[in-house]
Write a protein of this length. Structure first.
Length: 181
């Protein structure tokens, strides 16, 4: 929109202002302060529009410095990429909680769809295991087992919480959570 926000940080600043009782509409009198918690997106494998990870992390730090309370990551399938991302964030002085975003792979089509749409890599071991599956049920089992192991490793790493992208597969997530609690 002509006078709308161009970047996420612009919306974030508006929410910070609302929390201070400052509204866009100057005619609002005594509107009161809000109490929104602000999360921002993080990309362990770099946002696809960023020219490199360093610039992506600089933009992330700007959002945190502007008032983000936590970072929620894009899905990833290789925990080492998350560990490296957390270290890079901490090295830049980003101290807010970083919540890993996880998703199960449940069919072969996702081996090409997820990397194309979400700009993420799928580890060779996982893609090879999924490729060998004969049915979607087999794929779902392999994806569930991968997600259980991934979740256990992240918990051992000390993440504050796990976030699962269910994308129409709540039963898979239910089964994963039962295994890791």
């Amino acid at each position: 929109e002509a006078d709308g926000h161009k970047y996420a940080i612009d919306l974030q600043k508006q929410v910070v202002n609302l929390n201070s009782g400052i509204y866009l509409d100057e005619d609002i009198q005594n509107g009161g302060k809000t109490n929104f918690c602000i999360g921002t997106a993080g990309y362990p494998e770099k946002h696809f529009e960023a020219p490199n990870l360093e610039i992506d992390l600089q933009r992330l730090k700007e959002k945190v410095d502007a008032g983000a309370d936590y970072i929620m990551t894009q899905m990833f399938f290789d925990n080492q990429k998350f560990y490296d991302y957390v270290k890079a964030c901490r090295d830049m002085g980003i101290t807010v909680p970083i919540i890993p975003g996880l998703k199960p792979i449940t069919n072969k089509k996702q081996l090409s769809v997820l990397p194309r749409i979400f700009h993420v890599d799928i580890p060779t071991d996982l893609s090879n295991a999924i490729s060998k599956c004969k049915t979607d049920a087999d794929c779902e089992q392999v994806g569930t087992e991968w997600l259980i192991q991934q979740s256990k490793e992240l918990k051992a790493f000390g993440v504050p919480v796990l976030h699962y992208y269910t994308l129409g597969k709540p039963k898979v997530i239910w089964n994963v959570v039962k295994e890791i609690v």
